[in-house]
Ligand binder design. Structure first.
Ligand SMILES: *[C@@H]1O[C@H](CO)[C@@H](O)[C@H](O)[C@H]1NC(C)=O
Length: 118
């Protein structure tokens, strides 16, 4: 039930924001839980490319859950938002490193949610 609701929600989000650079990796099943969520934004500066690295788990924290899905929602709907990429770890592993990169002269605003299973 919860998985269905979530899937329906993700479909709505995907359909409503065709210009956004969302990233959906893996599958969210009923026993998976959100392990970590963060909203990360940076303002744009002329000619500058802004980047952020999101790391799960945070430094010094031991994680016992396997990652089953990674959802990165781009809150820019005009196509000027940044691009997300998993640069280490990810689905099937216990850690993930996600790079958020803006377009030149633009900022970004992403919500990263990592789902997993103990
Ligand atoms: C980022 O997007 C969220 C969701 O749309 C919004 O609530 C928030 O105000 C935005 N942050 C900035 C700095 O624009």
């Amino acid at each position: 039930m919860r998985a269905l609701t979530l899937t329906a929600l993700l479909c709505l989000v995907a359909a409503g924001a065709a210009q956004s650079h969302d990233l959906y990796l893996g599958h969210i099943l009923y026993r998976d839980v959100p392990l970590y969520t963060i909203n990360e934004y940076k303002y744009g500066f002329p000619l500058i490319v802004r980047t952020s690295i999101i790391e799960y788990p945070e430094a010094g924290i031991k994680n016992f859950a396997y990652i089953t899905a990674i959802v990165v929602k781009d809150h820019y709907t005009d196509g000027n938002g940044g691009f997300p990429a998993v640069v280490a770890g990810g689905v099937g592993q216990r850690f993930a490193k996600i790079k958020l990169k803006s377009q030149r002269s633009h900022g970004f605003n992403f919500t990263v949610t990592i789902f997993g299973r103990y």
